[in-house]
Design a protein around this ligand. Structure first.
Ligand code: NAD
Ligand code: UDP
Length: 322
């Protein structure tokens, strides 16, 4: 996953949400590549545990800060990842979720404008809502409920994209927009509430696997190392201001995922069917042609392989009782 190659021009890079699942992997990769990294996080859904291995590194700095408050830092690049990604977390304080996506993104764009940094926004497949186009291309405008339980996140991320494009057109800010599809791997929180971590933790603890609805809804799961590689390629790309889908096009039903988790963990757990949450998208799969053509990127890890790595991680975390 990491590269030890020293970059010809080391950069100062700000990663907001750097103590979260994706952010911690991104920070690790950037430090390993020779860059100086400032990891900014309010630790709402992230944890210092994710960045322990980096804390002693002179090229790494942790800053406890909430992007709802302005901040000025001298950096060359900003990866704006700060925002809880799990429905359980982002719905626990929806007003805060909107503030993070709107006020937080304005603050990061203001910073990028002032110090002339390139800025990448972690957007999401949720901007497509419950999509009526399948697979989803970047040109699709989506089917989003503006007043539902997921709206704080979906509409928040849509407005963050609007802000990125307006700061680009109005102020010449050098923006990148990654539309990230469901990603999983080590460093997800065991209490995160997303499907991969839930099912693995339940299987390892020999508890029933919670399946919402009948489990026929689909998702496409991308392993974290593939996703981080895609983010870095997008940041490095010249003149690519339009959104780019990053995700694994291999599509699975939630039932298929549960069966694979049971097989790989050897768990005797049963399935426990629960009501489907409101506005839960039925199908989701990225069209990644743009990323393939513009970045030469496509995912490499298969679901089975990525699940094994993730199971090992949770096995260790749970056995240490941390
Ligand atoms: P995560 O919840 O593990 O990480 C988010 C991090 O942001 C956490 O460390 C949290 O403490 C921090 N944070 C939240 N609000 C903040 C604020 N106001 N100020 C400072 N820090 C704040 O989630 P993740 O899966 O690592 O997601 C990272 C980013 O990628 C998010 O923006 C998310 O919307 C986006 N994304 C992730 C996925 C995925 O499948 N993992 C899919 C689509 C989009
Ligand atoms: N899901 C499930 N059991 C769980 C958690 C989630 O069946 O314990 C379902 C959820 O209803 C959704 C899918 O799995 O259909 C993916 O959910 P997740 O929260 O991981 O991501 P998102 O819905 O944002 O894609």
């Amino acid at each position: 996953m990491t590269s030890s190659v020293q970059p010809r021009q080391p950069k100062r890079i700000l990663v907001t949400g750097g103590a979260g699942f994706l952010g911690s992997h991104l920070c690790g990769d950037l430090v390993a590549a020779g860059h100086e990294v400032i990891c900014l996080d309010n630790l709402f859904s992230g944890t210092k545990r994710n960045i322990y291995p980096l804390l002693g590194n002179p090229r790494f700095e942790f800053l406890r800060h909430d992007i709802i408050q302005p901040i000025l830092l001298e950096v060359d690049q900003v990866y704006n990842l700060a925002c809880p990604a799990s429905p359980v977390h982002y719905q626990s304080n929806p007003v805060k979720t909107v503030k993070t996506n709107v006020m937080g993104t304005i603050h990061m764009l203001g910073l990028a404008k002032r110090v002339r940094a390139r800025i990448l926004q972690a957007s999401t497949s949720e901007v497509y809502g419950d999509p009526q186009q399948h697979p989803q291309q970047e040109t699709y405008w989506g089917n989003v409920n503006p007043i539902g339980l997921r709206s704080c996140y979906d509409e928040g991320k849509r407005l963050a994209e609007t802000l990125m494009m307006d700061y680009h057109r109005q102020n010449g800010v050098d923006v990148r927009i990654a539309r990230i599809f469901n990603t999983y791997g080590p460093n997800m929180s065991e209490h995160d509430g997303r499907v991969v971590s839930n099912l693995i933790v339940q299987a390892l603890q020999r508890q029933p696997l919670t399946i919402y609805g009948d489990g026929s809804q689909t998702r496409s799961f991308c392993y974290v190392s593939d996703l981080v590689r895609g983010l870095r390629l997008l940041m490095a790309a010249d003149q690519l201001h339009e959104p780019v889908n990053l995700g694994n096009p291999a599509e699975f039903t939630i039932l298929e995922l549960a069966e694979m988790v049971l097989e790989l963990t050897g768990s005797p757990s049963q399935l426990d069917f629960k009501p489907l949450p409101k506005d839960d998208p039925e199908r989701r799969r990225p069209d990644i042609s743009r990323a393939q053509e513009q970045l030469g990127w496509q995912p490499q890890a298969e679901l089975r392989q990525g699940l094994l790595e993730t199971i090992d991680y949770f096995d260790e975390i749970l056995s240490k009782g941390r």
